[in-house]
Write a protein that binds this ligand. Structure first.
Ligand code: IMP
Length: 424
């Protein structure tokens, strides 16, 4: 029986909950930080030593000396984007080589996967997913169809394998009559990225992680995207292509379910979504615009406007169940500081039917709200839960009561110091 534990830190709505900031606060407590799903579709913003970094594939423990960071087998990796991300960190003085291991079993995103991503989206027309365009879906599809290339492939006789797969992609693109692209520059950088990746430790990370567990080490599994973007449990087909939920920690790192310890579920005091797909709490009015402006709700990867709405407890309860969340972390309460009334969606309704359970398809369901008086106070200046305004306490207590899950951390601003631990 493993002595160590894997705690999971998961976005439990549509991603963009602010995992980057929390991981940064959490990492000192862990020996290893590991990414288990997704790839450069993620954008974890971290402000470190006064400098802002957006991490896409590299785990957020990379800033701490002596900490091992792992890109797990459940991830997909684009060598050119990895190189750009890593070189920026190296230029800022972080020694990645001693701190980062990449799973040989992680799959590669080829330049042609990105073209295929665009081609498939174009073919879908109005039903398009609104992907990040990073080739995520095509790379994971290839994994499932057992034709993909893995990081381990770059260690021997790589080019013929690459050329064969590229040729297959080009044939698919011709069949789709999608010809308006040129990958020459992209491919050059990508192949440089492959060479650059060779300088890193490409490892059997599942073995490393299990021996770390046997030694009693503590591992933080850093989630990407969110539960409602999960390939199985999200709002399919408007989802990403990987297992973003707690089960994905086991498959995406090769660790046993018995090693999972705490499951931290991160959510914002309100809701956002990027890309297409149903979003019952979406606000199309001035309130939605205000939340977007105050919360700076623009995509870290694509720069797109995030769709905004009130907190959705139907979604939250569902995600807590799917993931086995043991503690909740609420982000960005301060964004609602000035609102005289704060609303919470407690159920969905459609054609006279009301449900508190997540429907198979959330399209066409409208929110049933419960209103709370706003706290109308500046939360960003607070450093202890003792100073929380009463109205804010009532908001938190209601969420805890409805979800049967404690909110143990409340974040009230982007700075590390604006992270308040609550006593239970
Ligand atoms: P893909 O992951 O690029 O295939 O995009 C699929 C869907 O997931 C799109 O709606 C994206 O906007 C969304 N998505 C992917 N990654 C993230 C993320 O890190 N945060 C929020 N949304 C994401």
């Amino acid at each position: 029986m493993a002595k160590g534990k894997v705690d999971a830190l998961l976005g439990i709505v549509f991603g963009d909950e602010g995992k980057g900031k929390v991981v940064d606060v959490f990492t000192p407590k862990y020996d290893i930080v590991a990414r288990f799903a997704g790839g450069p579709n993620a954008g974890h913003t971290i402000i470190f030593d006064g400098k802002k970094f957006v991490l896409r594939s590299i785990p957020s423990g990379i800033f701490d000396e002596g900490k091992l960071n792992i890109i797990g087998n459940g991830c997909v990796i684009a060598p050119d984007l990895f190189m750009a991300e890593a070189q920026e960190l190296e230029a800022a003085g972080y020694d990645l080589h001693s701190r980062l291991h990449i799973s040989r079993r992680a799959h590669l995103i080829l330049p042609t996967h990105r073209v295929l991503d665009r081609a498939y989206e174009a073919a879908k027309g109005a039903a398009r997913v609104g992907t990040t365009g990073k080739g995520i879906g095509p790379a994971y599809s290839e994994k499932a169809s057992r034709t993909g290339l893995r990081v381990g492939d770059i260690e021997n006789d790589f080019l013929p394998k690459y050329e064969a797969l590229k040729a297959r992609h080009l044939q698919i693109l011709r069949d789709l009559s999608y010809t308006d692209f040129d990958i020459t520059e992209d491919e050059k950088l990508w192949l440089q990225g492959v060479e650059y990746m060779r300088q890193f430790t490409l490892a059997d990370t599942e073995i490393e992680l299990n021996s770390a567990l046997a030694q009693g080490k503590h591992i933080l599994a850093e989630g990407a995207q969110g539960t409602l973007l999960d390939i199985d449990h999200g709002t399919y087909p408007f989802v990403s292509s990987s297992s973003t939920v707690c089960g994905g920690v086991c498959t995406g790192l090769g660790v046993p379910p018995t090693a999972i310890g705490e499951v931290f579920g991160i959510f914002k005091a309100y809701s956002t979504r990027v890309g297409s797909g149903p979003f019952p709490v979406e606000l199309f009015d001035e309130t939605g615009d205000r939340i977007r402006q105050i919360g700076h709700e623009y995509g870290a990867v694509t720069g797109r406007n995030r769709r905004c709405g009130w907190l959705d407890l139907v979604a939250l309860r569902y995600a807590i169940a799917i993931n086995g969340v043991t503690q909740l972390i609420m982000m960005k309460g301060d964004v609602l500081d000035d609102f005289p009334t704060v609303r919470v969606c407690v159920a969905y309704q459609k054609d006279g039917q009301v449900t508190t359970d997540m429907p198979y398809d959330t399209e066409g369901w409208a929110p049933v709200y419960r209103d709370f008086p706003g706290w109308q106070a500046d939360l960003t200046r607070l450093s202890s839960e003792k100073d929380f305004p009463e109205a804010f306490n009532r908001y938190i207590a209601f969420i805890e009561q409805e979800t049967h899950t404690p909110i143990t951390i409340v974040s009230v601003g982007p700075d590390r110091a604006q992270t308040i631990q609550r006593t239970r």
